[in-house]
Write a protein of this length. Sequence first.
Length: 262
Amino acid sequence: MPVDLGFHWSMLNDYDRNAAYRAAIRRTVPDRVVYDLGAGVGPMSYYALTAGARRVYGFEIDRDALPYLRRLAAEFSAFTVCHADVVRAALPRDAPDVVICEMWSAWLTDWPMVKALARVRKRAPHAHIIPARGHHLVQLVRARHRAGVPLRVTPGTEAPVINESPATLDVSLPALACVSDFRSEVGPVDATVTLTPLVTGLVDAVRLFSYEEVWPGYLLPRAGTRGDELLRWITPTRVREGRRVRLRVQYAWGKAPLVWLE
């Protein structure tokens, strides 16, 4: 079986995102101990090593990524490969000064970013975290497909969407539901968001997506970067242009978000 680079390849080609992380890493890591959680094939670890980190630990569970990390370790004596689940495995003796955790996805649903950071923070409560915050938005949409069949998706169903803007018809503008500050404990979400429909018609889904604040004050643009989002189907509801509706969002990080119109 060939080694599967999968999404690692698309992330290597995400120029704006990589440049932003590299700048944030260059600002913070010289002569410091760094944990790279979800190191992949090693771009963030490489940025830290070339910026002068004293020691970098790259945590990764994907076996297909390990050959690339081992090559990095052969080139840089300050790099240690940790083929381990950072949520459960024993941590290195060195506590981190800087933690890079690029386990990013829409509303942080794909990987245990919040759990990983919570565990490492117990070991190093004052460590500098990259990225600094996540901004999580919701939007009323009508989901559509191009199969030409009368498919009705069951409310509560969800689907990840990556760079497929035709997958939805916007019914409202996006609205901020919550902000997760990774520099402190990230609690569960229970938010009510007011949205104003732009058109009269049927709403059958909610679009959930997020922005990365890589360092304080620098929000990474979604255009030209990995623009993933999550579609969550709700009970079909007719809305009217200009008549506000209230959307409830409940989310314990790592579980499926619950969304419904009140």
